[in-house]
Write a protein that binds this ligand. Structure first.
Ligand SMILES: O=C(O)c1cc(C(=O)O)c2c(n1)C(=O)C(=O)c1cc(C(=O)O)[nH]c1-2
Length: 234
């Protein structure tokens, strides 16, 4: 059965209410309520996600038989890796690490990465490796919801966390244009390839899984960096 595309897009967009922008840690961040150590913990842990995004996208490329899709998808890898030293999103995130007072080495060597973050990110890579490539494309659609969060985060960082060198925020600025471009392409792909109700349901389930990945990362970060506060409340 061929299903209505508008309804399908509506079902994908409806996942926005499960996006990590609603997670208490993220809400506290954008309200300016996190300490220096908590911001540092988030930056160091989120780097593990950043570092692995190109491997996730390489898995999608490896599984995708459509040349047109591959031609455009490959750009995501270059956006993160850059084409030379000193370029790309991973480098920009390392600079964010320095701007919040971490050394490049301690961000790079994963010493701060907590088990739940590693587990969630690894699950995302395994998903892209092992599920049909269109489902992995659909999982990337959380980026539909990212620009609003990025804009709020930029404002919050500039307003509340004035101890952070604003030059370190270049990563978020770049994503303000990259995320909508990437999400638009991913949406084109899933609406082209997911025509039956069953295919569309699996695409929505993939996006829901990805919301769980991002949420679980923040759960783990919350426990590691706010846990003592929570226990103190009991
Ligand atoms: O900071 C964020 O809130 C956030 C969220 C997401 C997302 O929604 O998956 C991504 C990013 N950042 C990001 O920087 C990024 O490169 C990225 C790639 C992807 C993806 O699934 O392919 N999501 C995201």
């Amino acid at each position: 059965m061929v299903s209505d595309t508008e309804d399908f897009i509506g079902a994908l967009r409806a996942q926005a209410h499960r996006y990590h922008s609603w997670h208490p840690f993220q809400v506290m961040m954008n309200e300016g309520r996190l300490s220096r150590r908590q911001i540092q913990g988030w930056v160091a842990n989120r780097f593990y996600y950043q570092k692995n995004i190109p491997r996730k996208d390489a898995a999608i490329l490896a599984n995708c038989p459509d040349r047109e899709v591959r031609r455009r998808w490959i750009r995501r890898i270059l956006d993160q890796d850059g084409t030379a030293d000193g370029e790309g999103g991973i480098e920009a995130w390392l600079r964010l690490g320095e701007a919040v007072g971490l050394t490049r080495e301690e961000v790079w060597d994963e010493r701060h990465v907590v088990p739940g973050v590693r587990f969630a990110v690894d699950a995302y890579i395994t998903f892209a490796d092992t599920r049909p490539w269109v489902e992995a494309v659909s999982a990337s659609l959380t980026e539909l919801f990212a620009p609003d969060l990025m804009a709020g985060r930029l404002t919050a960082f500039e307003r509340f966390y004035t101890w952070i060198d604003p030059a370190g925020l270049a990563y978020f600025r770049a994503r303000l244009t990259q995320a909508p471009r990437d999400a638009e392409h991913a949406l084109e792909v899933v609406t082209k390839y997911c025509r039956t109700a069953d295919e569309q349901e699996r695409a929505v389930a993939a996006l829901s899984f990805k919301c769980d990945v991002l949420w679980s990362m923040l759960d783990a970060i919350t426990w590691a960096y706010l846990g003592s506060t929570l226990q103190g409340d009991a």
